[in-house]
Structure formats: C-alpha cells, structure tokens
Design a protein around this ligand. Sequence first.
Ligand code: MG
Length: 370
Amino acid sequence: MKITGLRTTPLLIPYVTAYHMTQGPRTEASVVLVEVETDTGLIGIGESLARPSAALITDALEACADLVIGQNPFAVDAVIEAVYRRLVSVPGADMDRMARLIVAGLDMALWDVAGQAAGQPVHAMMGGAVHSHIQYFAFVDGDSPEAIAEEARRAVDQGIEVIYVKLGRGNEMDVACTAAIRAAIGDKRLRIDANEAWDVMTAIRMIQRLEPYDLEFVEQPVSSRSLDAMRQVKEAVNVPLAADQAIHSPHDVYAYCRAQAADVIVLGPHEAGGLGQLRKAAAVAEAAGVRICIHGATESGITTVANHHAALTFPNIDDGNQIMCRFINDDLISSPDLTLKDGKLPVFDGPGFGIGLDRDAIARAQERIR
Ligand SMILES: [Mg+2]
C-alpha cells in the first residue's frame, strides 16, 4: 500500500457556549482536517489545530507532501520523523513545538489508514487495549460562582466522578468558585487549572487558601517556561501539581519527572506531535510512576476518538481525562457515539479509528471559513 495524496481542509466549528481561561474566552474550534489517500482507495483522517493560523498548518504540510506521498502508511513513525525533521531544520529557529502541532493530524491519519488496511482498531495496532473504558472529567464553566456550581451539580447528577474548573479569574473570584463547587459536589473529586496565571508567591498563597476545599490537584499554576518555579511551588504546598503547558515532548516528561516537579502529566496529541509521540511520553511517565491525563484542546470529535484509542493502551492513564465534545456545536463526526455514560466511553471498534465523518457538517465548517 502506498500513499497517493495528502489533503488539508481548514474548518471552523462553533461552540455551544464560550469558556473562560486566563488567556481569554474560547468561542470556537479552528482545525485543519488532514486526509491521507492511498492506492487501495482507503483514506485516513486526522486533524491538526489551526494555530496560529490554518494557512500556516496547510502550507507546512503541503511543503512536506513529497516526504509523504509514495510512502507506506504503516511506516507511521518514519514518515512523521521525516516531516518533523524538515520542519525543525530552520537555522536559528526553535521549531520543535510548532512542528509537533503541525504533524499531529498527519500522524493520526496514518494510524487511521494503517488500521483500516489491517482491519484492526488503532488501539490494537498500538499493542491492544489494557482498559475496558476510559473515564473523563466534567469541565465546568460559567459567569458566576453560583452558575459554575450549578453546572458541577448537574455533572455529578449525570454520574461524573471528577470535576475540573479553570481559575485565574482574580483571586477572590477563584476562591468563591472553588468554595461554591465544593459545596455543590459533596465528596466528588475536584481539580483546578490556573493555566499559568500565577507567579510563585501567588501560587503558594492561593493553593494554601484553596487547600481546605480538598483539591485533587492544581494544574499548571505557574509559567510553563520555568521548571524551577513548578518545583518551588510543589515543595511549598500540600496539594499535588499537574504540568500541562510545560509538557510537549517525551523529553519534557523526563525532565519534569526527574526533577519531581509534577505529580501528573497532562498531554494531548497536538502538543506531543501525534499519537506515536504521546505513547512515548506516556511510557516515560509510566517509568517514573506518574499518570498521563489526556489533554483536550480546541478540537473536534476526530481528536477525541484518536485520543481514546491511544489512551486505552496506556497502563498509567488517568481516570479523569479531558474531553471537549460538550462545547462543540455541529461536530464533524457521526460515529462513534461520544455520549458519556457515568463519565466513561467504552472500547471503540475499528477498523482504524472507526470514525464516520459527517460530510454535511464538514461542508458547513468549510463554509464558515469563507
Ligand atoms: Mg490545562
């Protein structure tokens, strides 16, 4: 089997409701659909985030098409490595993280088409599922502590075990939100994500103020640019910390685990550079006795399904992973069903990702770009 074509399509998906984060509100998911065509007629699908722009992603992938077309799609790692090498070989530029973002969709598409050709789900191609399901958390948001707490209460009523909220909205608002959620959810698990909002002293002070609300962990309280800042906070507080924006590569996982700067690693395929690199990162964390929590971004159900297949194969997968479906209005896929039951999704059958694309929804998402 040979790859005969590489197609990229920028798409825009609106959210049902915006969500808040330190860096501003998020109102939509802008992605690039990546399709790999083969001489068998099979087509693999993946997606990259359209950041900083769809044009940057499509131009970069088109500039590497000659490294992809003519190759055997089963050689996933070799093809991705060749494309990655070309993207980072810019003298004087540090393209590592950008190159990972760009190749993520291509990596997914290769896994998908290889699985289809083998007649196997992607998790089977990765060594097989070691879990019967993956559990996800409820990401609650709103304009006031009362509204957020109400949403958290609804999530608990739906059988969700883990509640997650983004802070960094001002110290008093952050404390009020945390207190309101805790009052609403009883003894369910609560995680907060400051998204780098705090400096070291603020982080220590805030985490100490929030500690009475029984936090399972605090995600990326300080800048992702300083491992030392994370370690300093970790040494000063009694609440576990998760590293998110700080972690992209397996090398980052190694550095944070070795320095004991994080208790949990939060990582998704767009930061890692696809499922192959995500798998390696999970293995490094496993060696350190640390969990991987799947990170969700401004993505469609394509990424959710891809993540799910990979997560099923990680022994050290977290039991409260991020899923962004509830924000998406008019998703790109018609199957599999991503409705959570008690916060869980079961093992998906393939072949490949087993994704049914909703071509009408894709046409609408394309139209929004125009
Ligand atoms: Mg985060």
